[in-house]
Design a protein around this ligand. Structure first.
Ligand SMILES: [Zn+2]
Length: 272
């Protein structure tokens, strides 16, 4: 075990906290399969009426603890309310989190496995995804051990209204942004990477490429800097996601349900 990278939680206990908080917030909790004694789960919640379908995931890399912890905090505080239909997969790599490694116990980087699907974790995830509808937007929460601030990837092949700048701007007011011109070997500008993500050109698929290929025309991978205190990384995730959800739904968290029901149609910037 890497003492520095070990997660400050036991994966199955974190999953149980997601299940408890999810049920309390009106989510359906669905077991996907069990990996080495830890259930993989998906949480879904549908509120009747026209609403954007929003997908969020975390927990693919076992050395990135602020991602699932941030998502859990958002769930517990009620951020995922009646404004949208929610699809959440919070923890896909329990054996990685137990050992504090990016890869799972078998040494597979799950976030490169969405094309060849060697791992049981990714196969279970994809089986579940195939039963879900198209998403209006998807958010994959990650961390980066080398970054000097927050940054994000955007995949927006249909050139829909971007959430990248609003998320960066909202975080910039409180926390550093990684302004490097090259991040992870790719060109970046102002903390935003817009890689050529044509699935045909990629041999190894991250989750975001699979989602772009099959489930959504707008996805974001959020990266918080692992060198920062964990509370700060969680706060950054919360600001970015909260801002994006407000843009997507046209409503702040905590809007009364009645006003949501009066919405005649889905906001124009969330059409697929
Ligand atoms: Zn990651």
């Amino acid at each position: 075990m890497n003492a520095v990278k070990a997660a400050p939680f036991v994966p199955e206990e974190l999953v149980e906290r997601f299940a408890v908080a999810g049920r309390r917030q009106g989510f359906r909790v669905e077991p996907l399969r069990e990996i080495d004694g830890c259930p993989l789960i998906a949480l879904t919640k549908r509120t009747p009426g026209p609403r954007p379908k929003i997908y969020l995931s975390s927990g693919l890399h076992g050395d990135e603890p602020a991602a699932p912890l941030g998502l859990l905090q958002m769930l517990e505080e009620g951020l995922f309310d009646h404004r949208a239909v929610w699809f959440i997969v919070p923890m896909l790599n329990p054996t990685g989190y137990r050992r504090g490694t990016r890869e799972n116990l078998a040494g597979v980087d799950l976030n490169r496995d969405y094309r060849h699907r060697q791992s049981a974790e990714v196969r279970a995830h994809i089986e579940w995804l195939q039963r879900q509808p198209l998403f209006d937007a998807a958010f994959c929460l990650h961390e980066d051990w080398e970054s000097v601030g927050f940054y994000l990837y955007e995949l927006n092949p249909s050139r829909r209204s971007s959430l990248a700048e609003p998320m960066i701007e909202a975080v910039r007011g409180h926390h550093p942004i990684d302004l490097s011109e090259l991040i992870d070997g790719r060109p970046a500008a102002g903390g935003i990477l817009r890689p050529d993500a044509d699935p045909v050109t990629r041999e190894l698929w991250p989750e975001a490429i699979y989602l772009r290929s099959h489930h959504t025309t707008l996805s974001y991978t959020l990266e918080t800097p692992s060198a920062f205190p964990i509370e700060q990384r969680i706060a950054i995730q919360r600001i970015a996601i909260g801002t994006a959800l407000e843009k997507l739904t046209g409503k702040p968290n905590g809007s009364p349900l009645d006003s949501a029901n009066q919405t005649a149609s889905t906001p124009t910037n969330v059409s697929i």
